[in-house]
Design a binder for this molecule. Structure first.
Ligand SMILES: Cc1ncc(COP(=O)(O)O)c(C=O)c1O
Length: 347
C-alpha cells in the first residue's frame, strides 16, 4: 500500500521513526490517578499555548467536542452551530445522545458563521423558549473546505455571545492549520473561547489524541468525570502524549507545506472545467471538488482514482475532498494530479 497517494484525510498519517522512538521512551503512569507525567506535561503545555487554565487529554476529537459541549451547555438547552459542522454531521448524534443537547443549525457558505447570522437566532431565557447556552464554530472548517474563520469574525461572535451570556466553543481539530495559514497566535484564538477541542491526530500526525482546553480550573473535575463516564479514562497513555509532544515539536510549522501542496492541487485542476475547484478558497490543506460541473459522481471518480493508486474522499454525491498531509510529498501531488486530470478530462 505504500505507493498509494492517500488524499482522503489528514488522519491517515503513520508515526515516523522519530515519533515512535519518542513514544517508546515516554515516562508513564496511571492517568486515571493523574499520575502520568508525560500526559500532565502535555496538558499543561497545550493549555498554556492557548492561554487557558487547563487541558485534558482525550482519545478523540469527537470525545473532546462531546465533553466540551457538556461543560458549556446543560441538558435540554440549546447549542447553535452551522449545518455542516462536524458536531452535527459526523459525531453520531453524540451531543443529543450523551449530552441531551438540542442543536439548532444555520446553513451558511463554507461553514463560517457570523454575528449577523447568529444574533437573530439566539433564544434568551424567560420567553418559554429553549435558551441558547452556547455557539460552536469549527476552525478550520472541514466540510467548508478547510476555510479559516477570520479573526475579526470570531471577535464579533465572542462579543455577541458574551452579551447574551452564551458560551463560545471551538471545534479546533485543525486550529493549528488556521494558526499557520493566518499567522494568528494561538493565544489570540484561545482568548475567544470558553472551551476548545484540539486534535493531535490530524495535520500534526500523532496516531491518537485530542485535548479539551478549558478557561476555568473548575471545569477540569467535571471534564474528567464526563470523560470517565464516556469510557475515555486511559491508563499509561503517556505513550500517546509523547507522540503528541513530538508532533507539536516537529510538525506544526510544516503545515505550511501541506497548504502549499493543496494550492498546487487546486491550481493543477482549475483549467479543466469552470466551477470544479476554486483555488482562491483553498486556504489550508483541504481541496473541495464540485463534480456537478462534470458528468461524474463522487463514487465513480473515487473508484477510478483508486484503480490508479490515488485515494480521494467522496463527501457528498457530487462532492469530493482532497486533503494534503505529512505523508503526501510533492511527487505524490504530481502523481495525483495526473490521475485526477485524466479521470476528469474524460468527462
Ligand atoms: C473538524 C473536526 N472535528 C472533530 C473531528 C473528530 O476527530 P476524531 O476523528 O478524532 O474523533 C474531526 C475528524 O476528522 C474533524 O474533522
Amino acid at each position: 500500500m505504500t505507493d498509494l497517494v492517500d488524499l482522503r484525510s489528514d488522519t491517515v498519517t503513520r508515526p515516523d521513526a522519530g515519533m515512535r522512538q519518542a513514544m517508546a521512551a515516554a515516562d508513564v503512569g496511571d492517568d486515571v490517578y493523574g499520575e502520568d507525567p508525560t500526559i500532565n506535561a502535555l496538558e499543561e503545555r497545550v493549555a498554556a499555548m492557548f492561554g487557558h487554565a487547563a487541558a485534558l487529554l482525550v482519545p478523540s476529537g469527537t470525545m473532546g467536542n462531546q465533553i466540551a459541549l457538556r461543560l458549556v451547555c446543560p441538558a435540554a438547552d440549546e447549542l447553535i452551530c452551522d449545518a455542516d459542522a462536524h458536531i452535527v454531521t459526523y459525531e453520531g448524534g453524540g451531543a443529543a445522545q450523551h449530552g441531551a443537547i438540542q442543536t439548532r443549525t444555520i446553513v451558511v457558505g463554507r461553514g463560517l458563521l457570523t454575528a449577523e447570522l447568529v444574533e437573530p437566532q439566539l433564544r434568551v431565557e424567560g420567553y418559554h423558549a429553549v435558551p441558547t447556552r452556547a455557539v460552536a464554530v469549527e476552525q478550520t472548517h472541514n466540510r467548508g473546505g478547510g476555510a479559516v474563520y477570520p479573526l475579526a469574525t470570531l471577535k464579533d461572535l465572542r462579543a455577541l455571545t458574551s452579551s447574551y451570556r452564551a458560551a463560545l466553543h471551538c471545534d479546533g481539530a485543525r486550529i493549528w492549520n488556521a494558526h499557520v495559514a493566518a499567522q494568528v497566535p494561538l493565544t489570540e484564538y484561545g482568548a475567544l473561547f470558553e472551551t476548545l477541542s484540539v486534535c493531535l491526530s490530524k495535520g500534526l500526525g500523532a496516531p491518537v489524541g485530542s485535548l479539551v482546553v478549558m478557561s476555568d480550573e473548575a471545569m477540569v473535575a467535571e471534564a474528567r468525570a464526563i470523560r470517565r463516564r464516556l469510557g475515555g479514562g486511559m491508563r499509561q497513555a503517556g505513550i500517546l502524549a509523547a507522540a503528541g509532544r513530538y508532533a507539536l515539536d516537529h510538525n506544526l510549522a510544516r503545515l505550511a507545506d501541506d497548504h502549499a501542496r493543496a494550492r498546487r492541487l487546486a491550481d493543477g485542476l482549475v483549467d479543466l472545467r469552470p466551477g470544479l475547484v476554486d483555488p482562491g478558497t483553498v486556504e489550508t490543506n483541504i481541496v473541495p471538488l464540485d463534480l456537478t460541473v462534470t458528468s461524474l459522481d463522487s463514487a465513480t471518480l473515487a473508484a477510478q482514482c483508486r484503480a490508479d493508486g490515488v485515494l480521494v474522499s467522496a463527501v457528498g454525491p457530487r462532492r469530493v475532498r482532497l486533503v494534503t498531509h505529512l505523508d503526501v510529498d510533492d511527487a505524490g501531488v504530481e502523481r495525483a494530479l495526473k490521475v485526477l486530470r485524466s479521470a476528469l478530462a474524460a468527462q
